[in-house]
Ligand binder design. Structure first.
Ligand SMILES: [Zn+2]
Length: 402
């Protein structure tokens, strides 16, 4: 149903052909990042002249790489351009502490299937990757496609990932998945290329591409839920650090003498504001089993639940102030399950940031709720997969005359 992209021909550096191919790649990369754009917008983001954009769009539409549709912007006629659906599909897998979410989309980011299943506490890589492969196969089946149609799979986990090894980069955080080259393991199961990153980075990528941080070049995405992590967008790109540990604010020390953390340190933010730490405060209360119970009670006006969420916001705000003093983002976007508490969480976070972050002419960065809600990380997985296709070279082009 979805023919594979045809391999492009060799490029000769410096030749007219290589310039044309570089321009095509630039245009395709912009569509991978932004989804759908008008020809005028494409000229703006690529820096290519409108005539060059129009020529490339014509060539690549004729060869089936792009599709165009007539539309209007501000009352004026425009031609909207997107990557052609028949290029293939990508898949995203988001393993959180308690859930697996799976989505399949086309290369233009239109989601064609989405599913989620609960995971056992302390789940393990072998069992869950097997299950994910089966589930993905079933979902592809349901949209009339097969694994052969999948160009790449993006995977996210709630832990820092070393991009050079594809393994978790710090011990103690997720024992059942340690020491495993996760993407490779999944590739062996499905025989498709896979790429893995932390869920905070995936969420940051999605909020930057299509959510609350769309219009800024530097942003911090904080994911607060069972664990707390942050993904950093610096100058328009996800910043990983050397071993993928950049933005791991869950392990910033808040209290030197605080409780022992899974990571081996004491008084980390996770031990004070992570889901299990918050639920521990209600131990023995049968109404309070999961984070969602806490959120529901707070929403219903329960004072102690609201206080616990506010305290978590204050603690996250302290870690965030330190982060902001170091990386100076323009905007802070808050996602994860706890973000559903809205201003109950965000107001104390903002207050802590105002108290502890360096102020300037523009004040401290704004803190806003994520626009993509619980789907941010999953949509980020799809973007990870789309970005990984023909890295730096756009989609592999069918031979184009000239
Ligand atoms: Zn820790």
């Amino acid at each position: 149903m979805y023919p594979s992209p045809v391999t492009g021909r060799q490029r000769t550096p410096g030749s007219q052909t290589s310039l044309r191919e570089a321009n095509r790649a630039r245009l395709v990369d912009s569509l991978k990042q932004h989804g759908r754009l008008t020809q005028v917008e494409l000229a703006g983001v690529t820096g290519l002249s409108p005539a060059t954009v129009s020529n490339i769009v014509k060539e690549l539409s004729a060869s089936g790489v792009l599709t165009t549709t007539a539309s209007s912007r501000s009352g004026r006629r425009a031609v909207e351009v997107a990557l052609a659906r028949q290029l293939g599909l990508v898949a995203g897998l988001h393993f959180s502490s308690r859930h697996l979410r799976i989505a399949i989309s086309d290369v233009g980011r239109a989601v064609v299937a989405e599913n989620h299943v609960p995971l056992a506490f302390d789940h393990r890589h072998d069992r869950e990757l097997d299950r994910a492969a089966l589930l993905l196969g079933d979902m592809l089946d349901s949209v009339g496609a097969s694994l052969d149609d999948v160009l790449a799979v993006g995977i996210a986990l709630p832990v820092p990932i070393d991009q050079s090894t594809g393994m978790i980069s710090a011990p103690g955080l997720m024992r059942g998945w340690e020491g495993v080259p996760i993407a490779e393991d999944f590739e062996q199961r499905v025989q498709r290329p896979a790429i893995v990153d932390s869920d905070a980075n995936a969420g940051a990528l999605a909020e930057h591409r299509q959510g609350a941080a769309r219009d800024v070049s530097s942003a911090a995405y904080v994911r607060a839920g069972h664990t707390i992590g942050a993904g950093l967008i610096l100058d328009g790109r996800v910043f990983h650090g050397t071993r993928g540990k950049a933005g791991q604010i869950g392990h910033v020390t808040i209290d030197e003498n605080g409780p022992i953390c899974r990571c081996g340190s004491r008084g980390c933010l996770d031990t004070l504001a992570g889901g299990p730490a918050l639920m521990e405060l209600f131990r023995g209360d049968p109404r309070m089993q999961r984070l969602r119970d806490l959120l529901a009670q707070a929403d219903a006006g329960d004072a102690s639940c609201r206080r616990v969420i506010a305290d978590a916001g204050r603690h996250i705000g302290i870690a965030l102030a330190n982060l902001c003093n170091i990386v100076d983002p323009e905007l802070v976007v808050v996602g994860g399950e706890l973000a559903q508490a809205g201003e109950t969480l965000l107001a104390p976070m903002r207050h802590a940031l105002e108290r502890s972050a360096l102020a300037g002419a523009a004040g401290v960065p704004d803190i806003v709720q994520g626009a993509l809600e619980s789907r941010a990380e999953l949509l980020g997985c799809l973007s990870l997969a789309i970005d990984s296709i023909g890295v730096g070279d756009g989609i592999r082009f069918p031979a184009v005359a000239g």
